[in-house]
Design a protein around this ligand. Structure first.
Ligand SMILES: *Cc1c(COP(=O)(O)O)cnc(C)c1O
Length: 431
């Protein structure tokens, strides 16, 4: 690990030619391009480290939007991708199938508790949510139930950036006011967590049940909405509400899936079975883009018919990409052969201890952890970009947003790297 202070800072260094030439032609995510600070020029990754073009090396607290759960460049994943690359990098899934996809589908269904048994592969989380929404809507149409095309989703929720998924995000996060009539109308309720929110949730449910097909939430953690935690009891309430009103329950496990909350899938902690589950992010261990929408038997059976219009009309070009599926299989191997859930427990114990002292710092509103997620919530972060620059100057990659600083490290992170991250947060917040 390098001490960033001993290395030249980017401003005093000539940036590589590709950076100078290409940056004027790139549109960056979630950035006000007029004022955003310059992005880092990353040249290599390994384990939980990011190497920059100017020679600095950062300890990574985010794991590439929490996808790289085995650390970067894991040799087992690299070998699987290389072998698949030599055999068959890609083939259309319309009419052909292959071992990586079929093995992966069978393994995912065996891992997911309940009779979740049909996998539809896509190439991004947002699209897997859109597929779940299409499944839920067409499920009604195929049964001859008209007018039930809406979903009930939740304040604080995040399900993607595409137009259809924005409409089921938190109204503020999904910028419902800005996009206005370009977004479909769904019902956004508070999560039923106490008496008042439960009453409001049940009121909305009762008033809208006739036009609803499904309830959708992220289980246990609303990630992009601010790393907001809720108890397994909330999921049991949602399961019961869905049953009472003949609704499907869709759980978006894109953030929580594959160990992040301490169990392989978050919903296991509630002892319930959802009707549809979406997976992505850590599915390939952060190496390639892949997502999956997994449905229970009764959902799939509503699409079996002699009527061609009852088929699910969806099929991304790079659906079930063999490289990505090989990658995901290699990632699942690692969950089987290495003690990932124990590592998550150890990370949780460490984060819980190490972040606790932040609680008494001025401006800190809350400190919370779940699984391999650590959160320090502030009253307000005036300038998240400037705070990110402070962290970079200290040699760590942490990306504050809204009013939170969070860690979602690789499960393989060393104790010393973890300590570097938590010490830095404490030091920067104390200053
Ligand atoms: C990241 C995320 C998505 C969107 O996935 P993309 O691959 O970015 O489209 C959807 N739902 C949740 C819970 C996520 O964390």
């Amino acid at each position: 690990m390098s001490a960033s202070a001993s290395r030249p800072s980017p401003s005093t260094q000539q940036m590589p030619q590709w950076y100078e030439d290409g940056l004027p032609h790139i549109w960056l995510p979630y950035s006000q391009m007029k004022t955003a600070s310059a992005p880092l020029a990353a040249v290599r990754t390994h384990d939980t480290h990011i190497e920059l073009a100017d020679g600095r090396e950062l300890v990574d607290g985010v794991a590439a939007w929490w996808t790289a759960c085995h650390g970067y460049n894991h040799p087992h994943i690299r070998a699987a991708v290389s072998a698949q690359l030599a055999a068959m990098p890609h083939i259309m899934f319309g009419g052909t199938v292959h071992e990586p996809a079929l093995r992966l589908a069978a393994r995912l269904c065996a891992m997911l508790p309940g009779d979740l048994e049909r996998v539809f592969f896509t190439d991004s989380g947002s699209v897997s949510v859109e597929v779940a929404m299409k499944m839920a809507i067409q499920y009604r149409l195929n049964k001859g139930e008209t007018g039930r095309t809406k979903l009930l989703a939740f304040k604080g929720g995040y399900h993607g950036d595409t137009l259809a998924t924005m409409a089921v995000c938190d109204p503020e996060e999904g910028m419902h006011h800005l996009y206005g009539s370009a977004l479909a109308e769904h019902i956004i309720a508070p999560l039923p967590q106490d008496e008042a929110s439960t009453a409001e949730f049940l009121r909305l449910l009762k008033n809208h049940a006739h036009e609803l097909t499904a309830i959708m939430t992220e289980p246990l953690v609303q990630g992009a909405g601010g790393m907001l935690f809720h108890s397994p009891e909330v999921l049991r309430t949602l399961r019961k509400a869905a049953d009472d009103h003949d609704l499907l329950l869709i759980l978006d496990e894109i953030f929580t899936g594959f160990g992040r909350t301490g169990s392989m899938f978050a919903y296991e902690q509630a002892g319930i079975v959802p009707d549809i589950v979406t997976l992505s992010k850590a599915l390939t261990g952060g190496t390639l883009a892949l997502a999956a929408t997994v449905a229970r038997r009764h959902v799939f059976e509503a699409f079996l018919s002699d009527n061609p219009e009852h088929a699910l009309m969806h099929g991304p070009t790079f659906m079930a990409n063999p490289l990505a599926c090989a990658c995901a299989n290699a990632s699942l191997d690692l969950f089987e052969t290495e003690p990932r859930l124990e590592q998550v427990q150890a990370i949780n114990a460490f984060l819980t201890d190490a972040l606790e002292p932040c609680r008494t710092l001025p401006g800190v509103k809350d400190v919370r952890t779940m699984g391999a997620i650590g959160v320090v919530e502030l009253e307000k972060i005036a300038n998240p970009d400037a705070l990110r620059q402070r962290f970079i100057a200290e040699g760590v990659w942490i990306r504050p947003f809204r009013s939170i600083i969070y860690l979602t490290p690789a499960f393989t992170i060393t104790q010393s790297d973890l300590k570097t991250l938590t010490d830095t947060i404490y030091r920067v917040l104390s200053a």
